[in-house]
Design a protein. Structure first.
Length: 321
């Protein structure tokens, strides 16, 4: 398992930061000192950064260690709440959960997550759909909806999923043939693909810091299918200015796609999972929502680390609120 996904390693770092020494952290966690040290070292290797300064006496957490721990602490607290829920009688966790999310996330990672949850609770079954609306959730036609952006929360229980990031990308082949735009104003000389699905509004503007610029392509192809857009991009057919990072990070790492217009991005949208207050009273719904929010938050944090390795920490920070 990637050490970044190892919650016990993060707990070791958190305990060290709180206790001030490896020995005291080991006592708090009821493990050997060597276990705490190895856990932190595994994170350092995965992140390629020092989290504790072993040259000082006493050993101290580094500034980067403090910063990255602050980012990850919400994940630990969400997991703590999840563990509390699992103390309930799991034999009563059964029934159907009607769940809706973006079709792209379903094909990319979500189905694997649902299977993991079913391994924990085999008596729970899922009816999965995409693009369903919050009003259907309020009416009880669906249990849980994964949504982005601002919305009316009346009658809903809402959990934060983390920070999704969208980047402007094109293939090296396309850029070699048509040139690379240096500014959003240059998009008028290029072909663009625009997502128009139900889970988020179309991207009309890009922003970078205090700057804001409309998105206007020479020619535009609109689609509700983000997978189709991704295939078109890798085929060198155009540019997308709002590609979800989880859909393209593998292609960025392999060089099949390249980030363009660095720092420019669509206005930030929060990602949330919501259910009606009535559905929240179902134990299976509460348990799954907590679990799902935890999985999603970890995934978004991991994606940020991967983007930092591609663009650098400073450039990556421009994409986050």
């Amino acid at each position: 398992m990637n050490p970044i996904n190892n919650l016990e390693a993060w707990r070791a770092l958190e305990s060290f930061s709180k206790c001030g020494s490896l020995i005291d952290a080991a006592k708090e966690l009821d493990v050997e000192v060597s276990t705490v040290s190895r856990s932190i070292a595994s994170l350092e290797k995965a992140l390629d950064r020092k989290l504790i300064d072993r040259t000082k006496r006493p050993v101290q957490i580094t500034e980067f260690g403090k910063e990255i721990l602050d980012r990850f602490t919400p994940v630990l607290r969400t997991h703590d709440r999840f563990l509390e829920l699992t103390k309930e009688d799991s034999s009563l966790i059964e029934g159907v959960i009607k769940f809706s999310a973006a079709s792209g996330s379903l094909s990319t990672f979500l189905m694997g997550w649902l299977q993991k949850f079913k391994e924990l609770y085999p008596e729970v079954n899922f009816h999965v759909s995409n693009g369903r609306q919050l009003e259907e959730c309020r009416k009880g036609e669906i249990d849980i909806v994964s949504v982005n952006g601002d919305f009316n929360r009346d009658g809903l229980v809402v959990l934060d999923q983390g920070v999704p990031v969208f980047v402007a990308v094109a293939s090296p082949e396309y850029l070699s043939k048509y040139g690379e735009p240096a500014h959003p104003g240059d998009l008028t000389e290029h072909s663009g693909f625009c997502y128009t699905g139900p889970v988020r509004p179309p991207t009309r503007f890009l922003e970078r810091g205090q700057e804001k610029h409309p998105v206007v392509f020479k020619s535009t192809m609109e689609s509700t299918d983000i997978i189709m857009i991704k295939k078109a991009l890798t085929s060198g057919l155009g540019i997308a200015v709002d590609m979800p990072l989880y859909h393209c990070v593998d292609l960025l790492e392999s060089g099949q796609l390249k980030v363009i217009l660095p720092g420019w991005h669509q206005p930030s949208w929060g990602a949330y999972v919501a259910c009606s207050k009535e559905a929240w009273h179902k134990k299976r719904v509460r348990l799954f929502m907590e679990w799902y929010a935890n999985q999603s938050t970890q995934e978004f944090l991991h994606l940020r680390e991967r983007l930092e390795k591609i663009l650098g920490k400073e450039e990556t920070s421009k994409y986050y609120p």
